[in-house]
Write a protein that binds this ligand. Structure first.
Ligand code: DGY
Length: 321
């Protein structure tokens, strides 16, 4: 009997081709985030699940799938949607898609950095609103990056790629995180390790590149925002709940920081309404990895993870509990 592979949402054809070679592929027809009951129903009898970051995968879901389930392949590098100990504890392999989205996400972080520091969203809104304007020296001036400090929270692959780009803009790099980067990485990026409170106090731009865990949930809370410079900018391309969004809106309203640019949201896809009223906030809808090349590579990697497990091979990018 063919192995049943459930794909919770449409993926590129090239990934489906890989999956079809190892099983019977069912793509959920809804093409939207499934409700929990829909997801439970969809995965019944699955040997493999290709999941999206909005699918909650936990012990109940594994039980709903049945004892034949072998692998959950997330089409994302982040896997905070998966209760990894619960799933792996039931003998199911979990895989993610690291590596392939590093450049796209770092590019987006720099795009957001430029947008918020140079007020590009504001300028665009002004023209689209057909407002009158003329060039003058004080008109819509922003903040230059040269000589400023980028404070990176989490110097993993994406954090490093952002640091490399920022150095090309003449910024210096400081970072914080659970552990120090390798000496070669620090040397290449000329990156200084700082305790988190010092990084928040001294950085001109704070960019978040840590995974969402119980330790990083609301890492940027009222106290962290109060510690930042009143001119500093916050960039978030990691996961929404790393920032306490209500505290952020309040800090921005009160002028405690200079601005924020967000790709991810605490209650995604909802955006804290107060943020949308602020001119010094840039918001985009979780586009970090959104290039055709990257999304295709992510789906293909997820498919290769499934194919490996279903054929008894080592998956290329397994998540270890
Ligand atoms: C991820 O992979 O975790 C991103 O958030 C989406 O590409």
């Amino acid at each position: 009997m063919d192995k049943r592979i459930v794909v919770t949402r449409t993926v590129p054809e090239s990934a489906l081709e890989v999956l079809r070679q190892v099983g019977d592929v069912h793509v959920c027809p809804q093409d939207r985030p499934l409700t929990a009951p829909e997801l439970r129903e969809a995965v019944r009898g699955a040997h493999a699940i290709v999941a999206m970051l909005h699918d909650r995968i936990d012990a109940d879901l594994v039980a709903a799938a049945g004892p034949q389930l072998q692998v959950v392949a997330n089409v994302a590098v982040g896997y905070d949607n998966i209760d990894v100990p619960a799933v792996t504890g039931r003998g199911v392999i979990v895989a993610n898609t690291p590596g392939v989205l590093v450049d796209a996400t770092a590019d987006l972080a720099i795009g957001l950095l430029l947008m918020v520091t140079r007020r590009l969203g504001e300028g665009e809104r002004l023209l689209r609103a057909r407002q009158p304007w003329t060039f003058h020296l004080g008109f819509m001036v922003g903040t230059g990056l040269q000589g400023k400090t980028l404070g990176i929270v989490g110097l993993g692959d994406i954090g490093q790629a952002v640091a490399r780009r920022a150095r090309a803009f003449g910024m210096s790099v400081a970072y914080t995180g659970r552990r120090r980067a390798a000496a070669e990485v620090e040397a290449e990026l000329d990156a200084r390790f700082l305790p988190q409170d010092e990084l928040l106090r001294t950085a001109d731009v704070v960019s978040l590149h840590c995974p969402l865990t119980e330790q990083t949930r609301h890492l940027i809370d009222e106290a962290a925002l109060a510690a930042m410079k009143p001119t500093a900018f916050l960039i978030n391309t990691s996961r929404g709940p790393v920032v306490d969004e209500r505290a952020l809106a309040k800090a921005l309203q009160e002028g405690q920081i200079g601005g924020a640019a967000l790709d991810v949201f605490e209650r995604e896809p909802e955006v804290e309404p107060a943020l949308l009223d602020l001119d010094n906030v840039v918001v985009v809808p979780h586009l970090g990895s959104a290039t055709t090349e990257t999304r295709t590579a992510m789906a293909e990697l997820a498919a290769r993870n499934v194919a490996a497990v279903l054929t008894g091979a080592e998956p290329p990018t397994q998540v270890r509990p």
